[in-house]
Structure formats: C-alpha cells, structure tokens
Write a protein that binds this ligand. Structure first.
Ligand code: ZN
Length: 88
C-alpha cells in the first residue's frame, strides 16, 4: 500500500468515481488521456458498463455514458480520459 499521492477522478454526472493510489504513468494532453498502472487504479463508487471490444476492455458510466477506462492489451495499463481528473 503506497502512501500516496492519491487522486480522485469523477465522470461528468458524478456517479462513477475512481481512486488512483499512485502517480500517473503519463498524462497526454494532446490525446486527452491519462495512463495508470492497473494496480494503482480502483473504482471508488458507481456502476460501470464494461465491454470487450477488439480485445480491449472498455468501461463506461451507466448513468451518463462517459468513457471511464480502456485497458491496453499490451501491458495491462489503463487509459482514462483526462477530463475525469483534476489535472490541468
Ligand atoms: Zn456518469
């Protein structure tokens, strides 16, 4: 268990919240994505609509339909929309 930093991310309707217990691997403002290690990211609140598409696992908020994450097949890292997070 790490001592932080901790980040809380939320979808636009606020139903789904993520907790990140580590530092982001990459923040790409060009593509609007933040990449995390899977073990550093957990669902803190809400219900996800999870689907397999082309070998990737994607999840959306069941309320507002915003994409929450995409698990990259190569290394199991998780990509999340930058708009979920309190990063600039
Ligand atoms: Zn939502």
């Amino acid at each position: 268990m790490s001592n932080g930093p901790y980040y809380r991310g939320e979808c636009c309707c606020g139903e789904v919240a993520l907790l990140a217990t580590g530092t982001a691997l990459a923040i790409d403002s060009q593509s609007g994505q933040v990449r995390w290690r899977q073990e550093d990211l957990q669902l803190a609140q809400g219900l996800l609509d999870e689907r397999d598409m082309n070998g990737q696992k994607l999840a959306w908020c069941t309320e507002c339909g915003q994409q929450i994450w995409r698990i990259l097949p190569e290394r199991g890292d998780v990509e999340t929309p930058l708009s979920l997070w309190p990063f600039d």
